[in-house]
Design a protein around this ligand. Structure first.
Ligand code: UDP
Ligand code: MG
Length: 321
């Protein structure tokens, strides 16, 4: 693929403990990649300050003054990891031929960048970094993450297993991403929808070398809910299906109640009560599901997602564009 200017985009929220070390490690890596001519000399590392309350932005400014390798983007306030990352991607897409996104704590092995770039040069547009094992994560984090992917998949939000937001994207893939105008953006779920050729790079995930996780359980849960509700209307479909099931049970209950009734084994009123309770419950759920289906349709329409993205257009037309 053409162009070899790499931008590394890093969202940072209260990362003063790790920032300088991260910057230093990345500087070495970038110099190394430049010397071996894997990336252009104009390549940069851009930190996105996501409304940090500590000295993060000051440090980014200092880095930027000291070395033209470093760039910074300062958001007006904390908007969360996904939005910070998106802000970074959209801001640098004019300058870069390829962009790698990663976390500020370098838990994701930066040596996997070589493979990512290699794949990009072989014409791959999106390279997902995938954790080959989670040996270093706590048992809780591992189990909850596993449950997260499974639940997501079941509820119709299919994502790349064990892939966080460490990935390489080509310029045109980011331009494709820019066509997704939705506000509730769940990047991991949207990126596979862009299309183009994609591949994987496997790496070991390390520990955070300083500072603490900015993703406590509460944020992880809301992240999961966000992922599911912004990608899929399957939960609504589940209500419809449940409505059908209960309605079906009500028919069985109807037959059963009549049998009991004619056997004379019931007290007065039992049959009507049983049948109506089930039938009404089933009908309510079913109707709710149907209304939900329409709400779901409206929901998907309001996202105004692109219906297609053209990769190439071969034509011998008279008129020049
Ligand atoms: N982050 C952010 N905004 C937030 C929370 C986190 O930009 O509101 C960044 C954070 O600085 C880091 C990345 O998102 O670069 C991932 O966070 P963290 O490493 O704490 O998550 P974990 O690895 O524990 O899942
Ligand atoms: Mg981390």
């Amino acid at each position: 693929m053409e162009g070899n200017i790499l931008y590394v985009v890093i969202p940072c929220y209260n990362e003063e403990d790790v920032l300088l070390e991260t910057a230093e490690r990345l500087r070495k890596k970038m110099r190394c990649l430049m010397e071996t001519e894997k990336i252009g000399a104009e390549s940069k590392v851009v930190f996105v300050n996501d409304g940090s309350r500590d000295r993060t932005w000051e440090l980014i400014q200092k880095l930027h003054e000291g070395d033209r390798l470093y760039g910074g983007i300062n958001l007006t306030r904390n908007r969360g990891h996904q939005n910070a990352l998106l802000a970074g991607l959209m801001t640098v897409k004019e300058y870069a031929d390829m962009v790698i996104s990663m976390d500020a704590d370098l838990q994701d092995d930066i040596d996997a960048m070589d493979d990512m770039i290699e794949k990009y040069r072989n014409g791959i547009d999106i390279v997902y970094g995938v954790r080959s094992s989670r040996a270093k994560d706590t048992v809780f984090k591992r189990a909850s993450a596993e449950a997260f992917y499974k639940a997501m998949k079941f509820l119709g939000a299919d994502t790349v297993f064990n892939h966080a937001d460490y990935r390489l994207m080509s310029k045109r893939a980011i331009e494709g991403l820019a066509e997704f105008k939705e506000v509730n953006l769940f990047l991991r779920g949207i990126i596979p929808l862009i299309g183009y050729s994609s591949d994987f790079v496997y790496y070991e995930r390390g520990e955070r070398f300083a500072g603490e996780s900015k993703y406590p359980l509460k944020k992880m849960l809301s992240f999961a809910v966000e992922g599911i509700t912004s990608l899929s209307i399957k939960p609504v479909r589940l209500i419809t299906i449940l409505g059908f099931c209960i309605f079906f049970v009500s028919i069985i209950m109807l037959i059963y109640s009549f049998i009991r009734h004619f056997m004379g084994a019931t007290i007065v009123g039992w049959t009507t009560l049983m049948v109506s309770v089930w039938a009404i419950g089933g009908l309510i759920l079913l109707s709710l599901g149907i209304v939900g289906e329409y709400v779901g349709k409206i929901y998907l329409e309001t996202k105004e997602r692109p219906r297609f993205l053209v990769e190439q257009f071969l034509i011998n037309a008279e008129k020049e564009k």
